[in-house]
Ligand binder design. Structure first.
Ligand code: UD1
Length: 343
């Protein structure tokens, strides 16, 4: 079987973990990444874990011509997993055109590349952000999409629509949109993990960087939410569990057992965890006391969300296996590894 998969954003956080799982399942991988928000040394980590160095193409996928040439160079792929996108919510509010231009042009160029080279299958990185603050929890795939609360979120909503309209007229192409909840943690080897550039926006890298001494203290954004301890609730999923779901999605499309031309899956654990519970988990597994303070709510944050994962569990025969403690420990081991911290 022709098993060459194009992974855009493959040196990024979720991308690199997915590349490892793909290689370990016998796929050959071509990574396309601009390296704007990731580092080429990620390839060393992937190679150390798997024994294979994936092919790497440095490319800005938002530019049409080189993207189409990339598809032609490899005479198409068996599938594309499209991770490459900007993802900082706050930055997208400040620079909306940057987000629309990059995230939407890249997707459209990839779809065009797929159609001109008869590449049949697409897995798209979507997000639970498409649900906004749902009225009823947990959220199923049928929960109504709400107006996006950031340009970033809007690019995910629009992308799902672009794919839907495109495959409508391109009957050979099938797609799966994976709606991630909050990916955290790192590979057990501590050889790859999340590598935020500058001050992290997301909770877990901020926690580990604070514990490593790079940040003075963590700000907990709000303790007056309508939750058990007052801090906001999310569904934190270990990035390796998430990565495995991508391989299953690729195999599902290859085996043609998908139930519709585009399918949507919630990828979470089904468990809601508060910010304060995250901190407790981190302190338990690391044995370190975290310096944190409660501050006001972060604008744009929702109060609580977690996934109903029953559809993904049943249809993909997939379930998140790792716990919040596993994820926190792996994130801490990764942080210690990159900062050369001993204990
Ligand atoms: C956001 C986006 C999500 C996107 C993800 C990746 C929304 C609704 N969600 O998730 O789509 O994929 O970013 O960039 O737009 N927190 C603190 N202190 C911190 C950092 C975070 O208390 O220093 C809290 C937040 O208030 C939140 C939780 O931790 O309650 C998780 O925050 P974060 O990791 O930034 O992810 P989301 O905002 O949930």
């Amino acid at each position: 079987m022709h098993k060459k998969v194009l992974v855009t954003g493959g040196t990024g956080y979720i991308g690199s973990h997915t590349v490892v799982e793909l290689i370990q399942k016998g796929f050959s991988v071509v990574i396309a990444d601009s390296l704007e928000n990731s580092d080429i040394t990620v390839l060393d980590g992937i190679e150390k874990i798997t024994g294979v160095r994936p092919i790497f193409e440095k490319i800005d996928l938002s530019i049409n011509y080189p993207t189409i040439e990339l598809f032609k160079k490899y005479q198409g792929f068996s599938a594309v997993i499209h991770f490459a996108a900007y993802k900082a919510v706050g930055e997208s509010v400040a620079e909306p055109l940057k987000y629309y231009r990059n995230n939407l042009n890249s997707l459209m160029n990839i779809l065009e590349g797929m159609s001109v080279t008869n590449t049949p299958n697409l897995v798209f990185s979507s997000s639970c952000t498409v649900y906004g603050q749902p009225e009823k929890l947990p959220v199923t795939e049928q929960t109504p999409i709400q107006e996006a609360n950031s340009p970033y979120g809007n690019t995910k909503q629009i992308s799902e629509e672009v794919i839907r309209d495109f495959i409508h007229i391109n009957e050979e192409i099938n797609a799966v949109a994976l709606r991630y909840f909050n990916p955290i943690g790192a590979h057990d080897s501590a050889l790859i993990g999340e590598l935020p550039i500058g001050i992290p926006n997301n909770l877990v890298p901020f926690i580990t960087q604070t514990a490593a001494g790079l940040r003075e203290s963590l700000s907990v954004f709000g303790d007056d939410y309508n939750t058990l301890d007052g801090s906001a609730i999310r569904d934190y999923i270990h990035v390796v569990d998430l990565a495995k779901a991508h391989v299953i999605a690729i195999e599902r499309l290859a085996d043609k057992i998908n139930k519709s031309r585009i399918e949507y899956f919630n990828l979470g654990t089904g468990i809601g965890i508060s910010v304060l519970e995250c901190i407790k988990s981190f302190e338990k597994v690391s044995g370190k006391k975290l310096n944190y303070k409660i501050v006001g709510r972060r604008p744009g944050d929702i109060e609580k969300i977690w996934a109903d994962t029953s559809f993904a569990n049943r249809e993909l025969n997939w379930k998140a296996e790792k716990t919040i403690d596993d994820a926190m420990l792996s994130a801490w081991n990764w942080e210690k590894n990159i900062r050369k911290i001993q204990q």
